[in-house]
Design a protein around this ligand. Structure first.
Ligand code: AMP
Length: 509
């Protein structure tokens, strides 16, 4: 007998929440509750039925979401899965050309769009793309449709096309299956943050990325999804919402944590349950400052679109364990492998390395994507012998703690020695005059590459190169010291706040 493939549909998370947490608040705008879980579950089921009956979508069709963070985001994710469709959440801050690329690349047939983005989206994506404005007439009509049962899907069927943020080139669509995302949820509870009933999640970061992914475990536990009313990350609003919502947590990029720390009026944060940060490097200095400000409520995760939110985690206990002899090393790390994945470090020839040796981080497990959408070549390059090649360099210690070095492409090779920019940046950031630092390599006749540091001054005054050089001499090998310093007003960043080193390298050409 041929074993049948396991069925799985994330839509069942919402069905269950709709009955088990029926009266719990599910969505809120600021401090105002919008809908309870039974209502959101019903709205999702009605939209799902309309997508199938009126819009004539078939299981496996792609539905793009080009939307600012809003409560409808949640019901649309679940409505699409309910109808057996695949969501393509797109960062709302992208350029219209980038919308066009993702819409065409994913083959999306329908796009839900926020009113403010309608005109930008309507002119792109090809003739066959249909747009539905969130909250508009068609949307309201969909909410009146009779509900329908959940369409059965298999565990490996696509649920979410996650377009990588493209720090190194054109975005690629990582195909995330129902199993991948269910695994991410399980790891959230085991390794990141055990959610208690009545907890809430503030969607302070884009729903198209980490915050949207982490909405799922909150549905599983009936947490309330809180949306800010300012439309973008606003520290004053975040502090006000923390004061209003007991047991609130949020996902934040390290730059957001830094903005919170720099805010002049840090309110009462006793309601705060957890800040889950990741997606880019957090410097130890900043981490210590955040611990001092918020208490032991920080958790770090390391993941990438190809293994969403699920590679390693440094949980709150590890952040609080200040008596540990290697505490600072651990804070500088991204923690240990999450429960569902295995980690390896390998050299460029694929040979496995032992703890203490730096190499590429490889990951295997149920959270790892099956491949990139319609891109067999990139898939074959990235997943080899069942291992996801992350393109990140790192080193494991004897206890399994992983410290990230850099993206393979950001590594500097000077005079034949490897220099990991992160190590130099960690030192530069300690100087009180340095608000941000980004280190890159520029072509150099003598050394192959020379280290260049881009510095954002904390107070706008000219940076003191001599002092920075002294600091580096005191803390790192001489060959790693920047040969050139450039002061810059702002570092080029993408819409997720990741520094675009390739743009800095362009400036050096
Ligand atoms: P994305 O696929 O857009 O989420 O980007 C993933 C990349 O962000 C990873 O491959 C890392 O280079 C970086 N990244 C993610 N989490 C962390 C972290 N905790 N610390 C440093 N870099 C990170």
């Amino acid at each position: 007998m041929v074993p049948s493939k396991p069925t799985m549909n994330l839509a069942n998370q919402m069905i269950r929440a709709g009955s088990d947490f029926a009266a719990y608040p599910a969505t809120a705008n600021g401090t105002t509750v919008l809908h309870r879980y039974d209502e959101v579950a019903e709205r999702a089921a009605r939209i799902a039925a309309a997508l199938t009956a009126d819009q004539q979508l078939q299981p496996g069709d792609r539905v793009a979401l080009i939307m600012n963070n809003c409560a409808e985001y949640l019901e649309l994710l679940y409505a699409a899965w309910h109808a057996g469709l695949v969501v393509v959440p797109v960062n709302a801050k992208l350029h219209a050309n980038e919308f066009d690329y993702i819409l065409r690349n994913s083959g999306a047939v329908l796009c839900f769009v926020s009113p403010k983005l309608k005109s930008a989206v309507e002119s792109v994506g090809g003739d066959s793309l249909r747009c539905i404005e969130v909250g508009g007439d068609t949307y309201r009509a969909m909410l009146k449709h009779k509900t329908c049962p959940v369409v059965a899907r298999q565990a490996d069927d696509a649920a979410w096309l996650f377009y990588t943020s493209g720090t190194t080139g054109q975005p690629k669509g990582a195909v995330l299956s129902h199993r991948n995302l269910q695994t991410m949820c399980d790891c959230y509870f085991a390794d990141v943050d055990p959610i208690e009933p009545w907890s809430a999640i503030l969607h302070a970061a884009p729903m198209s990325h980490g915050s949207g992914l982490y909405a799922l475990p909150y549905v599983m536990r009936g947490g309330c999804h809180v949306f800010g009313e300012r439309g973008s990350f606003d520290p004053a609003e975040v502090f006000a919402l923390i004061e209003n919502w007991p047991g609130i947590a949020f996902f934040a990029a390290p730059t957001m944590v830094k903005r919170l720390l720099n805010h002049p009026n840090i309110g009462d944060t006793s309601n705060l349950k957890a800040i889950i940060y990741g997606g880019g490097p957090m410097f130890v200095e900043d981490c210590l400052a955040a611990l001092q400000c918020f208490g032991p409520k920080l958790t770090q995760l390391y993941g990438q679109g190809e293994s969403p939110m699920t590679i390693t985690a440094l949980n709150a206990d590890r952040h609080a364990d200040s008596n540990h002899p290697r505490y600072l090393d651990r804070l500088a790390s991204v923690g240990i492998a999450q429960s569902a994945v295995e980690l390896r470090i390998a050299d460029d020839a694929g040979k496995l390395l032992v703890p203490g040796e730096i190499g590429e981080i490889l990951v295997r497990g149920a959270s790892v994507m099956n491949g990139y959408w319609n891109n067999a070549e990139a898939t074959a390059e990235t997943i080899r012998d069942g291992w996801l090649h992350t393109g990140d360099y790192g080193v494991l210690d004897n206890d399994g703690f992983l410290t990230l070095k850099d993206r393979a492409k950001d590594l500097i090779i000077s005079g034949g020695s490897n220099i990991y920019p992160r190590e130099v940046e960690e030192v530069l950031i300690k100087h009180p005059q340095v608000a941000e630092a980004a280190v890159i390599g520029r072509a150099d006749r003598e050394w192959g590459e020379a280290v260049v540091a881009y510095i954002v001054s904390a107070d706008g005054s000219s940076i003191n190169v001599q002092e920075l050089d002294e600091l580096c001499k005191a803390e790192i090998a001489r060959f790693k010291r920047p040969r050139h310093y450039r002061q810059i007003d702002v570092l080029p960043k993408n819409n997720y706040g990741k520094i675009l080193k390739r743009e800095l390298r362009e400036l050096e050409k």
